[in-house]
Design a protein around this ligand. Structure first.
Ligand code: SF4
Ligand code: SF4
Length: 447
């Protein structure tokens, strides 16, 4: 039965819906004792996981049951914010239908980054994931609640073709809606009433304001991992941070870092006991010190939560930007990590007091007005006339196109296959129509 669950998830093209899109069939093939459903939704302004847990609680719980079965886990935990009261009621009702499941709810305060897998595993189980390790190294699998709903659908033979996401910010009708994968973000913004002001003065963030990225054009497609489309004034603090090039971060750091250590004192990975001290990377780079490679390669311990940059530093500097570039260079050099693998970790004694409340982070990011927008769930059946479906929406190799221009496809038909023997995920048609283009990168379908 375990193999059958893993195979159905592979066939349906399920990938991690809350993060980088790791292929789920690989993740759930591990043997663990605990599966944690991640409903923390710690990114400001996003509402999709909250609505998903409220309206599809049965599917979330069924997905959790399937992963517990596939991995042999005896314990299940659903972690979500205490303030998601409607979701808590819905999940409790769904769990009441399955009295034999050993699952509990774990209620979280609103702080950032509560949904980081390492933090969540520690908060839920008290176990510390080793440096550069994985939750499975301490007997856990963490799955986003959207991924779990997709796993439940996969078991019924339904592939991943749509994405629930929040559209908010400077749009006329902020909302949370379900859209076919491959829909352009410009179209989704139109479905949210269009923008409120001159589009030239606006910027668009894909994902959350902390871990998301700036969109390059309105033609960019929604993918399996797009949790939000946030339209903001170009002079908003969040946009300013995301726009700043590395050279400018370095110039600022060289001229103003006073080694106050605030970035280290609030770094969530440092507070878990990892050997990551972002103030030291500032010192190392700013003063041209090259004799401390440990501080440089410690970049691999950074989860890129951007808390140092957007909240902790009083001078608007970014150790995170340095770490990202170092990671890129280490990967390009083929550097092998034999150093940052400590398992003898001890959380910082003040960790509890150094959590960053989401409300305060929102204020710092200049997002208070937008955080008050409700973004209600819109049950509409949105169907674009054209979708551009990327064949790489996941970690691993791009899928290999299995359709050609002129082919007629229906929702759910396979259009991209995992290359033989490689890590990857299948891709399926999200609308009925005709394939007008199929390249190594994407498949375009017109209805
Ligand atoms: S918080 Fe800012 S000023 Fe202080 S050490 Fe870190 S980067 Fe430098
Ligand atoms: S982005 Fe900054 S705060 Fe976050 S883990 Fe990396 S160094 Fe720490």
């Amino acid at each position: 039965m375990s193999d059958q669950i893993v195979e159905s998830v592979r066939a349906a093209g399920v990938v991690g819906a809350g993060g980088a899109g790791f292929p789920t069939h690989v993740k759930i093939a591990a043997r663990v004792d605990t599966v944690i459903a991640n409903g923390a939704e710690c990114e400001p302004l996003l509402h999709c996981d909250q609505y998903l847990m409220t309206t599809q609680a049965d599917e979330v719980v069924e997905g959790l049951r399937l992963v517990m079965q596939a991995s042999g886990a005896k314990h299940g935990v659903i972690a979500l914010k205490q303030k998601y009261q409607a979701a808590i009621v819905a999940l409790r009702a769904a769990l009441d239908q399955r009295p034999k499941m050993n699952v509990r709810l774990h209620l979280l305060e609103s702080y950032y980054p509560a949904g980081d897998e390492f933090l969540l595993v520690y908060d839920v189980t008290g176990r510390l994931v080793p440096e550069t390790g994985l939750p499975l190294h301490v007997g856990c699998i963490v799955q986003n609640v959207g991924t779990l709903a997709n796993i439940a659908r996969a078991q019924r033979g339904e592939p991943v073709t749509h994405r629930l996401l929040t559209v908010t910010g400077e749009v006329r009708a902020p909302k949370t809606l379900r859209v076919p994968i491959g829909t352009s973000i410009g179209e989704v913004i139109r479905w949210a009433g269009g923008v409120k002001s001159d589009s030239a003065s606006l910027s668009i963030i894909l994902g959350g304001p902390m871990m998301g990225r700036l969109a390059t054009s309105l033609d960019e497609p929604v993918t399996k991992t797009t949790s939000g489309i946030i339209v903001l004034p170009a002079d908003n603090a969040t946009v300013r941070y995301l726009r700043r090039p590395l050279g400018s971060w370095i110039k600022r750091g060289r001229s103003t870092c006073d080694q106050c250590r605030d970035c280290t004192d609030l770094c969530p990975r440092h507070l878990l006991g990892h050997d990551l001290e972002p103030h030291k990377i500032m010192r190392t780079i700013n003063y041209g010190i090259t004799t401390l490679p440990f501080n440089v390669t410690a970049a691999v311990l950074c989860c890129e939560c951007r808390l140092c940059e957007a909240y902790a530093c009083p001078l608007e500097l970014s150790p995170c930007a340095y770490y990202k570039e170092i990671k890129r260079q280490l990967a390009a050099q083929g550097w092998r990590n034999d150093v940052h693998k400590r398992t003898d970790l001890a959380p910082h004694p003040f960790r509890e007091f150094r959590r960053v409340p989401t409300e305060r982070l929102i204020g710092r990011l200049g997002l208070t007005a937008y955080a008050q927008l409700e973004c209600p769930l819109d049950p509409g059946d949105y169907r674009p006339e054209r979708v551009t479906i990327p064949l790489r929406q996941h970690i691993g190799m791009a899928a290999r196109p299995v359709v050609r221009a002129g082919d007629v496809v229906a929702v759910g038909d396979l259009i991209g296959e995992i290359p033989e023997g490689k890590l990857g995920a299948r891709v399926h048609a999200s609308i009925n129509g005709k394939v007008v283009e199929a390249t190594a990168e994407e498949v375009v379908i017109v209805s």
